[in-house]
Design a protein around this ligand. Structure first.
Ligand code: NAD
Length: 317
């Protein structure tokens, strides 16, 4: 059985992946600094149950601290890394790009350097649909030219994909960069649209919609993302960039109508100008994921919202 080190393992996607890999018999090492981007109590709660498993090890440390990564590799000798830790947030990166560059780029180089020295050859990296920028050519395919990132966040993800290629080329590392499309579901990172909207309903607050509601997103339910990552963990070989998305696109207005229907309540909508960095549409062509790893998304947006709403009601009891 493999030892898998998950950076960002206490976060939204990382904590779900951890549970999936533990259930499949892997040993996991969660490397996470519990960044203050959102409350660390949420992250500790995400992994509380999993930490009872003796095959799950948690290290609270920062990717900017190379010695801490070296110590983790010396102790646990991971066979494979799933690199999810990052400073997320498109809008915030436009206001304050430095932490993105520091964590996402320097942190990734630190990690790949330690992998190189330790002889750990396989990495699955969390890239992002934001890389496609404001392209109108939908659905997005991995072969498209993506040289116009609309935010520092997107630029850092692109930089990491490129660095991944050079590490593959020179150091014989197998690296797959998975471009995730707007991930939602139980434990979704606070601040993202669906999480914001459902919480606002619970708390009887109004919501802000950026623009006229016509902005479109390819929303991907967390279980589908984890299916994609698990398949990549099992197969990663060579260098690939692969879209992992729901392969459907919905406007924010459609999303709000759906939330009203599923919850039986009514979102109080107010409109605000579109912040810099936001793109008009995301929409994944996932035929490469199908071909490479037989991936297909399964959970409809309506079903996913229902599951996230049920989870939220349970957690807020
Ligand atoms: N959620 C999405 O819709 C989405 C879409 C595209 C890409 N992604 C990418 O997927 C990855 C996971 O996203 P998420 O939604 O689970 O976010 P998240 O914020 O819930 O998880 C990221 C985790 O990384 C940790 N972290 C941050 N900086 C760190 C550092 N310097 N050292 C160690 N750990 C650090 C955080 O504490 C957090 O637990 C990120 O790389 C993100 O950019 C997410």
């Amino acid at each position: 059985m493999k030892n898998v080190l998950i950076t960002g393992g206490a976060g939204f996607i990382g904590s779900h992946l951890n549970e999936r890999l533990l259930a499949k018999g892997y040993t996991t090492i969660l490397f996470d600094n519990l960044d203050a981007y959102y409350p660390k109590e949420i992250k500790l709660r995400n992994i509380a149950e999993a930490r009872d498993n003796e095959r799950c090890h948690f290290i609270q440390a920062d990717l900017r601290n190379k010695a801490a990564i070296e110590a983790a590799f010396a102790e646990y000798k991971p066979d494979l890394v799933v690199h999810l830790a990052a400073q997320p947030g498109v809008r915030r990166s436009v206001q304050d790009p430095a932490p993105n560059i520091d964590v996402n780029i320097t942190g990734t180089i630190n990690l790949m350097e330690v992998m190189r020295a330790a002889g750990t050859k396989k990495m699955v990296f969390a890239s992002s649909s934001s890389i496609y920028g404001n392209s109108e050519d939908v659905p997005f395919r991995e072969t498209m030219k993506v040289d116009l990132p609309q935010s520092p966040y997107a630029a850092t993800k692109k930089a990491c994909e490129l660095l991944g290629y050079t590490y593959h080329l020179h150091y014989d590392m197998d690296i797959w960069c998975l471009r995730f499309f707007t991930v939602y579901g139980p434990r979704q990172r606070p601040g993202m649209a669906i999480s914001n909207f459902l919480t606002a309903l619970q708390e009887d607050r109004e919501i802000h919609i950026y623009g006229d509601g016509s902005m479109q997103r390819d929303f991907t339910f967390i279980d589908d993302i984890i299916d994609g990552v698990e398949r990549a963990v099992e197969r990663v070989n060579g260098y690939e960039v692969v879209n992992i998305g729901g392969s459907k696109t919905h406007s924010v207005s459609e999303l709000c109508d759906m939330i009203d229907r599923v919850t039986g309540r009514k979102l109080q909508r107010t409109h605000k100008p579109v912040p810099p960095g936001d793109v008009r549409i995301t929409y994944a062509d996932t035929s490469k994921a199908k071909e490479l790893m037989d991936f297909e998304s399964k959970v409809s947006l309506e079903e996913g919202i229902r599951r996230q709403w049920e989870w939220l009601q349970q957690t807020m009891k």
